[in-house]
Design a protein around this ligand. Structure first.
Ligand SMILES: Cc1cc2nc3c(=O)[nH]c(=O)nc-3n(C[C@H](O)[C@H](O)[C@H](O)COP(=O)(O)OP(=O)(O)OC[C@H]3O[C@@H](n4cnc5c(N)ncnc54)[C@H](O)[C@@H]3O)c2cc1C
Length: 366
């Protein structure tokens, strides 16, 4: 009999499942609702579309419930080579996508993930006596929602334009390509298209910032997070907005190919899409709970507190109005940004997952 439910079977749901198993629950005590059996499937498709070969995250970007050992230590053992550990010590280790996917596959096998899966989508979460009713598929005292991003964002003016493809959808490169956007996916696409021999126009409204991570590094620490939680609501929303401004990491690996291509007349910046053969929209995802039908309905039916595009959460990623000593409703992944600005990272998913698992095991009514 399941004691708790996870809605969403992507990496956020997978990390939560691993944390619940680590806290002592059996696979049969966890119900995971979702439309993909492979937890890496949604992520894999997007990463493959932009030809991502290395993770954006570092050694701690994994799905195990305990932080240590990270991927660097595991790779060092597997390869019998200390180099991953040495690189990790100076924050320069980026695991390969293959190593990450291998780790997901191993953990999927070992954790009994497939035994917990209940294929299908959940359309409605309703607070009832004793917990939450999920579409009539059962009442669960503890529920974690990890639905991921609510779809890809395409500029309105390009909707229906046959030249347009989203960067996170499969595509090749034409001879003359315009890339809309200026964040990490756009920067990756400039280099991909140049390497494929294309002439590239970068279409951007503003100059990207150059920083290693979208979210400032101190916000991954206890202290930085406490300061964020102490900010007034309007300031918190302002900070979250600033983290979604376009940025990509500094460094020669990005700059040199772009400078070379600019000298050769194969790379330039323009304010609008002109006569390009292909338009790649590196414009990320739709933003905000209102774009997700499950979350929009949850907010409307329960009168939940929101600030701009975010659902207001407690510091532990729970929904305060629907969480008490006997039941828990928590969010993980991008909808949990109010509690943890880097919620859409593996480290952020673990933050939400560990706190949820603690609530489940400490509940007296189990
Ligand atoms: C290209 C790319 C590279 C990235 N690289 C890194 C990285 O290197 N390191 C890092 O830490 N992070 C990285 N991220 C960020 C993060 O890890 C991903 O966004 C990750 O896929 C988020 O996992 P998720 O489970 O929240 O969402 P998803 O992976 O999108 O999974 C959500 C799942 O829930 C399902 N679902 C949605 N609604 C419902 C419902 N109502 N009922 C049932 N199921 C539902 C969806 O169909 C989907 O299967 C990257 C993101 C992108 C796009």
């Amino acid at each position: 009999m399941a004691r708790c439910a996870v809605v969403g079977s992507g990496l956020g749901g997978f990390v939560a499942h691993a944390a619940l198993r680590h806290a002592g629950l059996e696979p049969a005590e966890i119900a995971v609702f979702g439309d993909t059996a492979d937890p890496a499937a949604p992520w894999r498709a997007r990463a493959a579309a932009i030809r991502q070969r290395r993770m954006r995250s570092e050694s701690d970007g994994h799905c195990h419930p305990a932080s240590f050992p990270g991927l660097a230590a595991r790779e060092a053992v597997r390869l019998r080579d200390p180099l991953p550990l040495l690189l990790s010590a100076c924050d320069r280790y980026r695991p390969t996508v293959d190593a990450f996917l291998r780790h997901v596959e191993e953990l999927r096998e070992r954790s009994g993930w497939d035994e917990s899966l209940r294929p299908g989508r959940v359309e409605r979460v309703r607070a009832v006596a004793g917990g939450f009713d999920l579409d009539g598929q059962g009442v669960f005292a503890h529920v974690l929602l990890a639905p991921g991003h609510p779809g890809l964002a395409l500029p309105e003016e390009l909707a229906g334009d046959p030249r347009a493809v989203h960067a996170y959808e499969p595509h090749e490169y034409a001879a003359r390509v315009a890339v809309v956007g200026a964040g990490m996916a756009a920067a990756t696409e400039w280099l991909n298209a140049l390497a494929a021999g294309a002439e590239v126009v970068s279409v951007r409204r503003r100059e990207p910032a150059r920083r290693p991570l979208n979210v400032a590094r101190p916000l991954f620490s206890k202290r930085g997070l406490a300061a964020f939680h102490a900010e007034p609501r309007a300031r918190r929303a302002e900070l979250l907005r600033s983290f979604s401004a376009p940025s990509y990491p500094p460094g020669r690996a990005w700059d040199e190919p772009l400078e070379r291509a600019a000298r050769e007349g194969r790379f330039r910046v323009e304010p609008a899409v002109n006569g390009a053969e292909q338009v790649i929209c590196a414009t990320g995802f739709r933003r905000g709970y209102e774009h997700d039908p499950l979350l929009r309905r949850l907010v409307a039916e329960h009168g939940l507190d929101t600030e701009e595009r975010w659902i207001v959460l407690a510091g532990d990623c729970t929904v305060p109005a629907l969480t008490d000593g006997s039941r828990t409703l928590a969010l993980a992944g991008v909808p949990a940004q109010w509690a943890y600005p880097a919620a859409d990272t593996l480290v952020g998913m673990k933050y939400a997952a560990r706190r949820f698992a603690r609530k489940v095991v400490s509940c007296p009514t189990r």
